[in-house]
Design a protein around this ligand. Structure first.
Ligand SMILES: Cc1cc2nc3c(=O)[nH]c(=O)nc-3n(C[C@H](O)[C@H](O)[C@H](O)COP(=O)(O)OP(=O)(O)OC[C@H]3O[C@@H](n4cnc5c(N)ncnc54)[C@H](O)[C@@H]3O)c2cc1C
Length: 406
């Protein structure tokens, strides 16, 4: 059986899966997306998008729709959670736009997901399969067979695992353990802006940093909603606690912090929390006709707010190479890894480094403050340039094929 007339199967309808589907659909490739949840959707909190994703949105034809739903803050401010002292401020206004050519965007995840869904639904090449979980696959050389949790099978030309941190596709590709947990959890809340009281800064992106914890907040939906994320280290990170126990823990960990933080914590919905995890970077995440995008390939800590941005870059890059290779998936997937792995690995490693900086204690904290105090706007922009200057989507196949396996 030849894979040429089969659709490409994507497992996972998150931001990575939808981007890949849309980019492939726009290139005229047939796609089938399997999503384990009963509906294609996103969790209802905010997301920050660096200027590096805007050229990807341009290629997908969705920049205007994203900007319509999103907002562009003037600054990202890092504040000491105990003293209230401003540690550093990254301007995101005129000088940022002049340097990086595109805006920094804050947007509700549901809105971004919806923009992608609307664009995907408008493509006849894309078929959606909600409530269908992939359980395994076989690569038959010239096609793939995906086994689903309900016992059925789906035949495709190739398989793309966009199934996130706990990827089933990755687990079958590579023999390795669970993602690396650091003992940190995130708790997220969205409140109406009208309910946010005065000591809390309502504009811009704020990050309050302290030893072993931080709080991030920013406005959404044209300042009608307010997104709060509290992240902290706890020995109970893997346990299921009652809401009452969560609150007791949060009160203990954030004791002595600024009034703005206390006010936000009082507003937080502490019912659910997410243990945070990443993996060590790898060079290779494909085999034959099967590859990965986004968190399935290179899960990262949130310190630089770029995990979804990398998934979006992956999707556009992968679709471009599949199109260029025109049916030679092995070639497309080999070059895709080569084009993406250093950039995504750098994000994974720098995110770990920044994680330690944000949560530093004692002397390390003093060093962190001094280091930031010495940085000019130019210095800050230079540190971010490798990321925010963006990713060049390949326009041709490399010849000979890019890398030896090692
Ligand atoms: C607290 C927090 C804040 C963050 N903030 C930012 C930010 O500001 N900016 C940013 O860029 N990134 C941010 N991230 C990271 C970002 O959320 C992820 O990197 C991004 O969602 C990864 O997208 P993905 O499509 O690869 O995976 P996911 O979003 O995890 O999507 C995977 C999809 O696959 C489905 N799935 C899983 N298994 C199967 C299966 N077997 N069969 C079928 N479907 C399956 C899931 O249901 C899900 O829909 C943040 C993360 C956290 C935890």
């Amino acid at each position: 059986m030849d894979g040429a007339n089969r659709p490409i199967i994507i497992v996972g309808g998150g931001l990575g899966g939808l981007t890949t589907a849309l980019a492939l659909g726009r290139a005229g490739r047939r796609v089938r997306i399997l999503e384990q949840a009963p509906e294609f959707g996103a969790i209802g909190y905010g997301i920050q998008l660096g200027p590096n994703v805007v050229p990807m949105f341009d290629q997908l034809g969705i920049t205007a729709a994203v900007l319509d739903k999103g907002d562009v803050p003037d600054a990202c401010v890092l504040v000491d959670a105990h003293s209230g002292e401003e540690i550093t401020r990254i301007p995101l206004g005129v000088s940022f736009r002049a340097r990086f050519r595109h805006p920094y965007i804050i947007i509700h995840r549901v809105d971004l997901h919806q923009v992608l869904m609307d664009a995907c639904r408008a493509r006849p090449e894309i078929a959606f399969e909600p409530a269908l979980a992939a359980a395994g696959f076989e690569d038959r050389g010239d096609h793939v067979i995906v086994q689903t949790a309900d016992g059925s099978t789906i035949v495709g030309a190739a398989l793309i695992g966009a199934d996130g941190l706990h990827s089933t596709v990755r687990a079958k590709l590579r023999q390795e353990g669970e993602p690396h947990q650091f003992g940190y959890v995130a708790q997220r809340t969205l409140v109406p802006m009208a309910k946010v009281p005065d000591p809390v800064p309502r504009r811009n992106v704020y990050m309050w940093s302290g030893p072993g914890f931080h709080v991030v907040h920013y406005p959404l939906r044209h300042s009608t909603e307010f997104n709060i994320v509290a992240v902290y280290r706890t020995s109970t990170f893997a346990a299921r606690l009652t809401q009452h126990d969560h609150r007791a823990e949060v009160e203990r960990i954030f004791a002595g912090t600024q009034e703005a933080i206390q006010v936000m914590l009082a507003m937080m919905d502490l019912e659910r929390r997410w243990p945070l995890a990443d993996r060590d970077p790898i060079r290779h995440w494909h085999k034959g006709r099967v590859t990965l995008v986004g968190d399935a390939a290179h899960p990262t800590l949130q310190s630089m707010a770029q995990g979804a941005c990398m998934a979006i870059e992956d999707g556009v890059c992968l679709a471009a190479l599949i199109d260029l290779a025109d049916g030679d998936f092995e070639r497309a997937f080999t070059q895709y890894e080569f084009e993406r792995y250093v950039r995504t690995a750098r994000l994974q490693l720098e995110s770990r480094y920044m994680w330690d900086i944000y949560h530093a204690e004692d002397v390390a904290r003093d060093v962190m403050r001094q280091t930031f105090a010495d940085r000019t706007e130019d210095d800050l922009f230079r540190c971010l340039a490798w990321l925010y200057d963006g990713f060049r989507v390949p326009a041709r196949l490399r010849s000979p094929a890019p890398m030896e396996r090692h």
